[in-house]
Design a binder for this molecule. Structure first.
Ligand code: TRP
Length: 453
C-alpha cells in the first residue's frame, strides 16, 4: 500500500501535516487577497458570507480532499484513478487531477508575481524608502513599481527560484521545520501590527467595516467571490491538499479535527490581517478601501514609515509575507511534480525545473498586465484579472464540485469510514449529507453563475 513512502515521502507526524497544510493555506490569500477583495465588496456582509462558505463548504471539502489523498497515497491524478477503480467508478474521475494541474500552473504564475512584490517591499523597507511616507506618496510608489517591468520580472524570478529549490529537495524534508518557525513569527508580527492599528489607526472604522453587517451592500457577484476565496484560501479544489494528505502517516488520527484546526488558523490570520489593514486605510483619506490588489502594499508602508523601528518591522513583515507565500507556492506545484515523478516521466529535479519554467513564463503575462498590456482586456479584465477569476471562481469550485460528488455519491463508504480515523457518528452523517446535497447544489449554482457573469 505504501507506495508514497518510497516515491514522494511521508510527514514525520500528524503535527508536521498540520504545519504543512497550514503553511499551504496561510499565504497571500489571507494577507493580500482577503483584505482587498473585502474592500472591493463592501466589507461586513461579504465577510459573513465568506465565513459561512468556509464553514459550510470549505471544511467539508477539505476533509474530503485529505481523506482522498490519504486513501490513494499517490499524486492526485493517480489517487483519483486508484480510488475510482476501487469504487468501480469511471476512470474519468482522474480529470479532477488533470484540472488541478492546469489550475496550479495558472495560480502559481500570478501568485509568484505578487509574492515578488513582497520581496521588493522587503528591500524598500530595509532601505528606509518608506520613512515618513504619506498615503499619496505610498500610492505613487506602488504605481511606480507596477510600471517597472524589470523589477517585476526580477522579483518574480527570484520567488520562482526559491520555490523550485524547496520543491526539488522534496517537500517533506526540511519543510516542517521551516514552517514551524515561519508561522508563529508571522502571527507575532501580525499582532504587533494589530497593536499599531489599535493605537494609531482608525480602529473603530476598520472594525465596523469588517464586521457591521449591511445586507444591502451584498451583490450576487460578491457571493461568488466569497465562495471562490474560501477555496483559494484553504488551498482546495486542485489537489494541493490531496497531495499533502497522501503524505500523512498511517497513525490513526481524526481527519475532521485536524482539518478544523487548519481552517480556524487560516481564518484567524485573514481576519487579523483585515484588522491591521483597514484601520490604517481609514486613518488615511488618500487610501481607498476598494483600491484593489495594491491595498496591502499601499497601506502598510504608511504604518511602517511612521512608527518607531518601522524600517526593521517593515522588513520583517514583508519577509514573513514572502515566506508565507513560499510555503503556499510549493503546495501549488507539488501535486504535478509528484505525478511526473511517480509516473517515471522525469526525475524530481527535471520535473520541477520543467514545470517551473512553464509557470514562470505564464507569469510574464501577469507582469505585463500591470503595464504594457494594461489596456488589453477581455470582458473588462486584464490577463491577471482573468487568470485570478478563472481559477478562483471557476476552476477551483469545479474541482470542489467533482470531489464532493465523487466522495458523496461514488466512493466506497467502507473505505471512507476507514480512512477518516476516529469519527463521531453525528458529525460523519452531517458531513456526508453536506457533500451529497449542499455542496454540489451551491457549487453548481456558483459555477454556472460565474460563467454567465
Ligand atoms: N491558500 C494559499 C493562500 O491563501 C494559496 C494556495 C496554496 C492555493 N495552494 C493552493 C490556492 C491551491 C488554490 C489552490 O495564499
Amino acid at each position: 500500500m505504501n507506495v508514497q513512502q518510497k516515491v514522494n515521502g511521508v510527514w514525520g507526524s500528524r503535527w508536521v501535516f498540520i504545519l504543512a497544510a497550514t503553511g499551504s493555506a496561510v499565504g497571500l490569500g489571507n494577507i493580500w487577497k482577503f483584505p482587498y477583495i473585502t474592500g472591493e465588496n463592501g466589507g461586513g456582509a461579504f465577510v459573513l458570507v465568506y465565513l459561512a462558505c468556509i464553514a459550510l463548504i470549505g471544511v467539508p471539502i477539505m476533509i474530503a480532499e485529505v481523506m482522498l489523498g490519504r486513501r490513494g497515497r499517490m499524486s492526485p491524478i493517480n489517487s483519483m484513478l486508484l480510488l475510482a477503480r476501487e469504487s468501480n467508478a469511471s476512470q474519468w474521475w482522474a480529470s479532477v487531477g488533470w484540472f488541478g494541474t492546469l489550475a496550479g500552473i495558472f495560480i502559481l504564475s500570478f501568485y509568484s508575481v505578487i509574492a515578488g512584490w513582497a520581496l521588493q517591499y522587503m528591500s524598500l523597507s530595509a532601505g528606509g524608502e518608506f520613512n515618513q511616507i504619506t498615503g499619496e506618496a505610498s500610492g505613487a510608489a506602488f504605481s511606480g513599481l507596477l510600471a517597472d517591468v524589470g523589477s517585476l520580472v526580477t522579483w518574480h524570478t527570484v520567488f520562482m527560484v526559491l520555490t523550485l529549490l524547496i520543491v526539488m529537495a522534496g517537500v517533506v524534508k526540511g519543510l516542517g521545520k521551516a514552517i514551524s518557525v515561519i508561522m508563529p513569527l508571522l502571527l507575532i508580527l501580525l499582532l504587533v501590527m494589530l497593536g499599531y492599528s489599535i493605537t494609531e489607526g482608525n480602529f473603530a472604522a476598520g472594525w465596523d467595516f469588517l464586521f457591521a453587517f449591511d445586507a444591502s451592500k451584498l451583490e450576487w457577484n460578491s457571493v461568488l467571490v466569497a465562495l471562490g476565496h474560501a477555496f483559494f484560501t484553504l488551498s482546495l479544489g486542485m489537489g494541493a491538499i490531496m497531495a499533502y494528505g497522501s503524505y500523512m502517516p498511517e497513525e490513526k488520527v481524526s481527519i475532521g479535527n485536524t482539518v478544523i484546526i487548519i481552517a480556524v488558523l487560516d481564518t484567524l490570520i485573514a481576519l487579523i490581517a483585515g484588522l491591521v489593514i483597514f484601520p490604517i486605510v481609514f486613518a488615511n483619506p488618500a487610501i481607498e478601501p476598494g483600491a484593489g490588489p495594491g491595498l496591502l502594499f499601499v497601506s502598510l508602508p504608511v504604518a511602517f514609515g511612521n512608527m518607531a523601528g518601522g524600517q526593521l518591522f517593515g522588513f520583517m513583515f514583508f519577509a514573513l509575507v514572502a515566506l508565507a507565500a513560499l510555503s503556499s507556492a510549493i503546495s501549488i506545484i507539488e501535486p504535478t511534480v509528484a505525478w511526473l515523478v511517480e509516473s517515471r516521466m522525469a526525475s524530481r529535479i527535471k520535473a520541477t525545473l520543467g514545470l517551473g519554467f512553464a509557470i514562470w513564463f505564464v507569469g510574464l503575462g501577469t507582469v505585463f498586465s500591470f503595464n504594457h498590456w494594461a489596456d488589453y482586456t477581455l470582458f473588462g479584465k486584464t490577463f491577471f484579472d482573468s487568470l485570478d477569476y478563472l481559477t478562483a471562481n471557476v476552476m477551483l469550485p469545479l474541482g470542489g464540485l467533482l470531489i464532493a460528488i465523487f466522495v458523496g455519491w461514488f466512493m466506497n463508504a467502507g473505505a471512507i469510514v476507514e480512512e477518516l480515523g476516529p469519527i463521531d457518528q453525528g458529525g460523519y452523517k452531517y458531513w456526508l449529507r453536506i457533500l451529497r446535497y449542499v455542496s454540489p447544489v451551491l457549487l453548481a449554482i456558483v459555477f454556472v453563475m460565474s460563467l454567465v457573469g
